[in-house]
Ligand binder design. Structure first.
Ligand SMILES: [Zn+2]
Ligand SMILES: [Zn+2]
Length: 246
């Protein structure tokens, strides 16, 4: 072993003593931490499991053993062909997304990337364009970043050139969606999005990316806006999804 290697190893060892690796989720320090996530937190990641609706991706609470269409998609087919998510919106992902979204805490990015790396992105590789759900410009100024764009860059780390954040804009600020039911959410968002570049999406397969799928109203409104100008197909990928419990 040459002297330079010994010096490098010594420096690395000293750095680990002075700055031990920390889990950016539970803040524990020590061994077994990689990508900013400790083994315990990584084991808790609530990856999506089936059976699911083959269109909107909701989980079935009943013991129906196979993937099929849910009643809501049969009654009111959404303007996208499929919605998928990496995980359920539960711990530790809930905390990580919350920190990224409301505190622009960049230490959440490493763990989210590690979680995204365990997700099979191949079904989305046929998409021509990746569009993060936009924020209204004042909201963007307040937050300093669009979490949907950050997550699109994590999920499509190897094909970033297809991410086109400027194509779709949010024209108006809409009231908070958290207190509304599905009908109220749809009313709030009607006509809220607009396309800047209509030609570039014509006949294209588009992947819409957002942080959380709650009722699907936001992505449905974005998809509707794009289908009106003849996009070929819209698929949706969110980082997390609220789990159906009844
Ligand atoms: Zn941890
Ligand atoms: Zn469905």
């Amino acid at each position: 072993m040459v002297l330079a290697d010994i010096a490098q190893r010594w420096a690395r060892g000293a750095a680990e003593v002075m700055f031990p690796p920390q889990c950016h989720c539970c803040r524990r320090t020590g061994t077994g931490i990689s990508g900013g996530l400790c083994r315990l937190c990584f084991q808790k990641v609530p990856y999506i499991d089936g059976p699911l609706c083959s269109v909107c991706g909701r989980n079935f609470v009943s013991s129906q053993p196979t993937t099929h269409l849910c009643g809501e998609c049969l009654r009111r087919p959404p303007p996208y062909s499929r919605a998928s998510a990496v995980t359920y919106y539960e711990e530790p992902v809930r905390t990580l997304l919350h920190r990224l979204k409301y505190r622009y805490d960049t230490t959440a990015v490493g763990p989210l990337l590690k979680i995204a790396r365990s997700f099979d992105i191949s079904p989305f590789e046929s998409c021509d364009i990746i569009v993060p759900v936009p924020l209204y410009r004042h909201r963007l100024q307040d937050r300093g970043m669009n979490q949907a764009l950050v997550l699109a860059r994590l999920l499509f780390a190897d094909t970033r050139s297809r991410i086109m954040p400027g194509i779709l804009v949010k024209k108006q600020q809409t009231p908070s969606q958290t207190a509304c039911d599905a009908a109220g959410r749809r009313k709030n968002l009607r006509g809220a999005f607009a396309l800047i570049d209509r030609l570039s999406i014509r006949d294209k397969k588009i992947c819409l990316v957002d942080d959380i799928y709650t009722t699907g109203t936001t992505v449905a409104e974005c998809a509707q806006t794009m289908m009106q100008v003849n996009a070929a197909e819209i698929v949706v990928l969110t980082f997390a999804r609220v789990r159906e419990t009844r």
